[in-house]
Design a protein around this ligand. Structure first.
Ligand code: NIG
Ligand code: FE
Length: 413
């Protein structure tokens, strides 16, 4: 089955090859072709060009032509940092938050991640699966066509493995690529109070090998003052390295404690959050450019600074955008909101946003050979906008979606 989209006002995100990321200063050049066509066949991008190069078609059988007059066509969003499997909302804490408590204060009162872990232990795998599938269904309709999901609400071997199994079941049932991150040090459970080193060793020795048997793609930890330390980061990323797994690390959310240089020295794939960035961090990133994944939904919801994406890009450091969808700090899986926040709060221009939310997001999951750009041979995971005056209109109506249709593997959703 071949489908031809014609009269596309702007075909966004054309790439010839698939580098490990688009560097900061190149992101604004994420290529846009005006008045274009795109052909897909059996779920794959096979051809594109400008309308004046419209292909001579000899065989019209089985060919569908879709007129995209006035509309933009983009690769789907690649959401590279999510906690989409969780047991319940933390809406009760929302009121504490409204009354002025910070994320850390709520956690210190026994809320936060520990609260989510209790709920995780109590919920059946089938229910967790169903809830997550419902969330993912909405995310896809909002234009997400590739997704990373973390464990991290288990906090012990049994419940981390349970989460891992649920994510595998999701992967079997959903038709977008899904990468799995083992978040094996997210918060210190009560049982290990004052024994953080011991807890990290327990997770490395007991969880890691069993998780490896079931399968996962990356490792993660929450490296932060009052959470896990740089020594733990090195220990965990080192243990993961011996299994050939890279780190995608939560760091610099509240404080800079040396996580960035350490994660870089351990070959991390992406550094996530980075709302706080000091001169040492910036220097280390300049010496070893690595994707920084900004999570503006978390900044909005927890009222912390936004990742200095403009500064990072101006120093040629690649930036990705992701939702961080989770019940505590970012209860929103809609990439359109994230992209609007990136424009409004982070001084990212629309083409930079597309590069960050599509290509660098894919690259932050090592999926850039499959999705993230308009490239011949990649999956036809595409979104088509409503008729727009300009690409920026896609992000301007914040909180709304101007996406008209989403296509996964060449099939309209
Ligand atoms: O990315 N910072 C750590 N982890 C999550 C929040 C998890 C939670 O509060 O449930 C985050 O913000
Ligand atoms: Fe997160």
């Amino acid at each position: 089955m071949k489908i031809l989209f014609k009269n596309i006002k702007g075909l966004v995100g054309i790439m010839e090859d698939s580098p490990s990321f688009i560097a900061g200063s190149e992101m604004k050049n994420f290529r846009l072709l005006h008045d274009a066509y795109l052909a897909i066949e059996n779920g794959i991008i096979v051809e594109f060009g400008t309308m004046d190069e419209w292909p001579g078609i000899s065989d019209w059988s089985g060919l569908e032509i879709i007129d995209a007059e006035g509309k933009f066509l983009l690769p789907t969003w690649c959401d590279s940092h999510t906690h989409t499997v969780f047991a319940n909302s933390r809406a009760l804490e929302f009121e504490d938050k409204i009354n002025g408590l910070t994320y850390q204060e709520i956690a210190q009162r026994g809320g936060g991640i520990l609260h989510s872990a209790k709920a995780m232990a109590a919920k059946s795998e089938d229910d967790l699966l169903q809830d997550a599938l419902n969330r993912i269904h909405r995310m896809i309709l909002n234009g997400t066509g590739a997704l990373e999901i973390k464990t991290g609400y288990g906090l012990d071997v049994e419940n981390e493995l349970k989460m891992l199994r649920v994510i595998h079941r999701i992967r079997e049932q959903v038709n977008i690529p899904i990468k799995i991150t083992l978040l094996l040090a997210h918060a210190l459970p009560e049982k290990f109070k004052n024994r953080m080193d011991e807890y990290v060793e327990y997770m490395i020795h007991e969880l890691l090998p069993q998780a490896h048997e079931i399968g996962f793609d990356f490792v993660d930890l929450f490296c932060e003052r009052d959470y896990f330390q740089v020594t733990h980061l090195k220990r965990i990323l080192g243990a993961a390295q011996s299994l050939n797994k890279k780190g995608k690390v939560h760091l610099n959310q509240f404080y800079s404690i040396g996580g960035i240089p350490a994660a870089l020295s351990m070959g991390a794939l992406s550094l996530d959050h980075v709302e706080v960035l000091d001169d040492n961090d910036l220097l280390a990133l300049q010496q070893q450019p690595t994707i920084v994944t900004a999570l503006p939904g978390c900044s909005l919801f927890t009222k912390i600074p936004y990742t200095p994406a403009r500064k990072l890009m101006d120093h040629n450091i690649p930036v990705a955008l992701a939702t961080d969808f989770n019940p505590g700090s970012a209860p929103n899986g809609n990439m359109n909101v994230i992209n609007s926040l990136a424009c409004i709060q982070m001084q990212m221009n629309p083409q930079e946003v597309c590069a960050a939310a599509c290509y660098n997001g894919a690259a932050a999951m090592e999926l850039q050979h499959e999705v993230g750009s308009i490239t011949i041979g990649k999956r036809a995971n595409l979104l088509i906008t409503e008729p727009l005056e300009h690409l920026s209109e896609l992000f301007y109506y914040f909180g709304e979606s101007r996406i008209e249709s989403v296509w996964i593997n060449g099939v309209q959703q």
